[in-house]
Design a protein around this ligand. Sequence first.
Ligand code: KIV
Length: 293
Amino acid sequence: MSLHPMTRRLMAPDITAMKRVKPVISLTSYHAHTAAIADKYCDFLLVGDSLGMVMHGFETTVPVTLDMMIVHGRAVVRGAKRALVVIDMPFGTYEESPSVAFRNASRVMKETDCGAVKLEGGRRMAETTRYLVERGIPVMGHIGLTPQSINVIGGFKTQGRTHEEWIAIEEDARALAEAGAFAIVVEAVPAPLAARITDAIPVPTIGIGASSNCDGQILVMEDMLGLSPRVPKFVKKFGAIATAIEDAIKSYADDVRDRRFPAEEHSYGMKEEATGQLTVTPQATKKPKKLST
Ligand code: KIV
């Protein structure tokens, strides 16, 4: 007999069905506790390869490996019960050929139990997108600014500001939608281009730095929480977590220094009154009971 969970997790077609019905809400997430909180409000959580910068201190997403994505992906799937979990395929794991992409993406799906993967690139990724979708792997596209190509682009720059770039990005969106992508992240493009793409394709556009003219929005969670030291212009800070963390750590250090912490309520007492001198009795050598938290 199979066990059916109380809450069904959203799947890729559920996200597609939200187009022109309601905005798709999403955030990045890299670990279980924040995934559990975001799960209450988000339709999908993206285990983005931005974790290379946010969690591991890299300058770009280029050094991120498949194993890193799998470790963080597992944590997010464990933390989130309702949201679809999408995992980024990192640089170098899918561009070579559709079959290499399938081998790596199927490993991500099997080892994390996530519901979809995301690939960067437009027309050049259309064949691979179709190949994966036809073989059971839902694919989210990612066009406009594609951070894995930073070394070719020459910086985290807004895309689609010239007529030529505009046409190319619109063609990217159409090609991915035709190939079967269930949604497309559109990063760092001007508002009129985002509107044009959103109108042109039958699957949701998920904007990041792409205005409100998209079907949904995504932000890097640490950026919107106010934890990241530097954020792009398009980020609105909805919290001030860095200050809250620093205040708490400073109070802890002050309390330890001034011997205010740990106080009596944070310490364990004896079952019997202490005699002053500790003697090892046969009872004291018994296996200790599990400590209460
Ligand atoms: O890696 C990431 O966080 C992303 C988002 C910026 C969409 O791809």
